[in-house]
Design a protein around this ligand. Sequence first.
Ligand SMILES: [Zn+2]
Length: 390
Amino acid sequence: MEEQAVFGEVPNYDYGEYTFINNVHSTVNGDGMEHRNSTIITDPFEKIEGNERQVLGTFSHEYFHNWNVERIRPKSLEPFDFTHSNQSSELWFAEGFTQYYGEMLLKRAGIYELDRYADVLGNVINSVLNTPGAKKYPPVQMSRYAVFADAGVSIDANNNPNIFTTYYQYGAATALALDLRLRAEFNLTLDDYMRLCWQRFGKTEKPYTVPMLQLVLAQLTKEPAFASDFFRQYVYGIEKNNYEGLLANAGLLLRKENPGKAWAGPLFNAVGRSRAGQAHSAQQNDGLFIATSTIEGTPIYKAGIDAGDIILTADGQEVKDQKAFNDIVAAKKPGDKLLVKYKNRTGEHEAAVILEENPYFEVVTFEKAGKTLTADQEAFRNNWLQSKVK
Ligand SMILES: [Zn+2]
């Protein structure tokens, strides 16, 4: 119902029906695949009971696709050619805007509490402000990278954590900023924009390109300069919107999640070798094996520690798993030095990691942060996040 309220109508489905098929089994890999008149969703749970919210997130996302992608359709996807990968510059819109609505409409429908939705917003914003991919590459380029990332499998080593930011989250962050800016600067909404895209491209089944999306924004706002700036800066470019200021309009506070806490940087896919049960010889001491590139700009990266290294000790204490490492870091302060002993194929090494403050953000309500929520902020928030079903 909330999805229908965004577009004002449902498409004409074959045989007048839209069908959901949900396969729930504990041994499967989760997935959702949209089609024009149906969706198949696979959930890795034993049963739906107790997992409704997670299940509904995928339903909400995939169903939004029956407008955005199945009918509001990027020109680059057609005609289908199964002999090549289909590279597309539009996934920040096709998947990213769908990602934004898939979550936000659960708030409008009353399935997410405001606090839960604020957590979602924090994750979306971190993905655009705190990933090396988004610092270097624009949403259109991350979209084109999909053929290497979304179900693309590489058996070679890669540097994906430093060169790719998922267009789902990047696009959702773009949608969030555009929605809040349309509301704050034009008294319009992203719903108005989606409805106009539906009229132009969806109902008519006339596939779009990125310049056509910009044109619709210019028509909606009646300010071509705003549309061209927005696309130049945030779609073709790597500038970032002022999320803190935009969220404040709705009485939401963007702040550091762990202020004053020491941080070395994330270690993705790091495993304690004994725990992972990997075969290792007697000469190999157990330690924390780093399987994936460390993240550019983080303290551990700056200290030269990277994929393939095995952390043995930190400040003289044994590091057998990620928790042990995190505990040692947590006992220190930003600016402190951490002496890390590690080994790799060139032997044993020592590095000084200069710890920094954790840069990750969270979003909380003004009420929770002890700030006053003004009537204007409350009205802005309600217009944005309250049910649109009449
Ligand atoms: Zn999708």
